[in-house]
Every structure is written in C-alpha cells, then in structure tokens.
Design a protein around this ligand. Structure first.
Ligand code: SF4
Length: 334
C-alpha cells in the first residue's frame, strides 16, 4: 500500500493504537490535524485513485460507535445484532463494494478509541444480559486485513472473554492471520469469511485473496481452534452459477468441513442506488451488470425477486446436498 500522507488527529495522539499504527506504517509524511472529517469528507477523491496511492487518517471515532444492525443481518433471529466501526475503507477492490460511492474518498481511516467502543458494547451487553448480543466488525472495512498494524484485537478479546452473552463476528476476506495467531480461541468469537465461486472471486474481487487462499486460511484457523462462519455474499448470476457454486461448496466441505462452521449466509448481489451508479462507472465492462437490476421498495438495486429466490434456494440445496445442516444456513438481507 502506497501511502501519500498520514494525517494524525491531535485528539488521537495519546491513544496507544495511534502510536502503534504510526510506527508500523512509518510514512514519509505525517501531518497533524484537528478533525479528519475536514479533509476526508470534504475533498472529493475518485474511488479508483486508491490503486496508486492513498492517505491514511488516524482518528477518534465520534458519534455512535456501536450501531444496531439492519434486519436479517446476522445468524440467530432471536439474538440482538449490532455492528461497530473500527475503520473506514479497505485495501481490497471488489467491483461490487458498497464503499464506492458511500464515502467521498477511498482513503483509509483507522479509528483508535477502541476503549470507548468496548465501553459501549459492555453497556449494551449488560442491558440485555439474558440475551445473546452480537457485535459484528467489518461493515466499513475488512476486519483482519490490517489487524497486524492496528493491533486492537487483543483488547476486544479481553472484553468478549469476560462477557459470555456478547458475541463477536469478524467479517473478512483476508488471509492475514498474524493478529489471530496471538489470540486464544474463545466460544463467543467467530471469524467469518466472505466466499464466492472461484470464477467470481477471480473476476470481481480485485486484489483480494483467491477463494482457494481464503479456504486455506479457514483451514488454518480451524486447526488453531477458532470458530468460523461463511458468507456466500454477494452471489452474482451467471449461466453456470449452479455448477460453479457446487465446486466451491465441495472445496469448503473437503477442506474445512461443515462441523467446523457455525453458520453460512447466502445473499444475492444488491446495491444502494448511488453505489450502483458509481460501480457501473468504475467497472463498465464487468459482467456483474449483465443482468437487469430493479429498484426495490427499500431503494436498493437488486435482481427481480424470482431470480433472487431461485439462486438462494439453489445455493441452499447444494449446501444441504454436501452435508451442511439446514439450520446453519440463513438468507442475508432478504
Ligand atoms: S473486502 Fe469487502 S470492504 Fe473490502 S473491497 Fe471487498 S467488498 Fe469492499
């Protein structure tokens, strides 16, 4: 990753995480600023400029640190689901990524006030002590890709190991297990990998590990004793979708096995309207756009419902055929 300038918020300077990040990234240029938003949110930077160089902001997250997740976001419909924001933007470049068009810049923002995020999690978990409360990471940035630099996972681990009704989900496509290797598996933390067919990952998940590499990382984590999840999301239509999906499910079953996986979600490709427009502009030749999308009542752009349901049902049948228990499968955001 080529860094142009590391912008360090004055308010972030005293956090241990800030010192770690600055030391590990060791950028040529560091500039102290008052508020990252005056640059990150105000300057419009083309999304694809991230291929050449980008700025990194080390900042304090203000406002809501832990937010309620939308309906059908996570496994366990009787559980409560929240997500927390540890960073904005991502080192990978998936063509369907919702981050394009979401922020006005692809620059990375790394937040350092993890103690405050954990404080809010603690309060939420205590208020619902009789319930399972999930906290999902990876909504606005991959949760493992930079974890060896940001090094916050140990703090979260401490909190989750002391709070049995709180569950952590780290969503990722990364095979960077450096930080995970420093941790001991706990029952209430799951590393969930986004997977797609081999063909789809090779075509659309630019700069991200291949589907095979992700399976290898899952195998390694399983050997180390960590709990795992899988998100087959987004599923993208292709005439050979069924056979391609069956191939990755076979690999998953042989290399990881469903006994080692707590849950598997299936979700069909969808876009917020702005993101749809931006993705089409950024990747005009992508075959993601070969099928028609229509705008739903929630304003999201999706395939027509019969096609979505056909893909989801086919996915579920293939998973079951290869030995995945049905109660581990759920449909995401449908
Ligand atoms: S890994 Fe996720 S956050 Fe990163 S570019 Fe791909 S879709 Fe976006």
């Amino acid at each position: 990753m080529q860094i142009d300038t590391l912008y360090l918020e004055k308010g972030a300077r005293d956090y241990a995480a800030a010192a770690r990040i600055v030391e590990k990234l060791n950028p040529q240029k560091i500039e102290e600023i008052e508020d990252y938003q005056t640059i990150f949110s105000k300057r419009r930077t083309p999304y694809l400029s991230k291929r050449d160089t980008r700025n990194v902001f080390v900042a304090v997250k203000r406002g809501a640190l832990v937010k309620e997740a939308p309906a059908a976001y996570g496994y366990g419909s009787d559980d409560l689901h929240y997500y927390y924001i540890h960073a904005y933007n991502c080192v990978y470049e998936c063509e369907y990524c919702y981050l394009q068009g979401y922020f006005s810049s692809p620059d990375l923002v790394l937040f350092v006030n993890h103690d405050e995020i954990i404080r809010d999690m603690r309060a939420i978990a205590a208020a619902s002590a009789a319930q399972r409360v999930w906290f999902h990471a990876g909504e606005f940035s991959d949760s493992l890709a930079l974890s060896h630099i940001t090094a916050e996972l140990a703090d979260y681990w401490q909190f989750f190991s002391e709070t049995p009704n709180a569950y952590l989900e780290l969503r990722t496509k990364s095979i960077n297990l450096t930080a995970m290797r420093q941790l001991k598996p706990i029952n209430n933390a799951v590393v969930s990998f986004s997977l797609s067919t081999h063909t789809q990952a090779a075509r659309h998940d630019r700069d991200a590990p291949t589907a095979s590499q992700r399976l290898a990382a899952m195998q390694r984590l399983k050997e180390l004793g960590f709990r795992l999840g899988v998100h087959f999301d987004p599923l993208i239509y292709a005439p050979d979708f069924g056979s391609n999906f069956e191939a990755i499910v076979c690999d998953l079953s042989e290399r990881v096995g469903f006994a080692g996986i707590d849950y598997i979600s299936l979700g069909v490709v969808r876009f917020a309207k702005d993101v749809y427009r931006e993705a089409k502009e950024n990747y005009p030749a992508s075959d993601i756009f070969a099928r028609n999308f229509i705008q739903g009542t929630d304003h999201k752009m999706r395939y027509v419902r019969p096609l979505r349901l056909q893909m989801l049902e086919l996915g579920r049948e293939i998973l079951k055929k290869h030995g995945c228990p049905e109660d581990k499968i759920y449909f995401c955001m449908e």
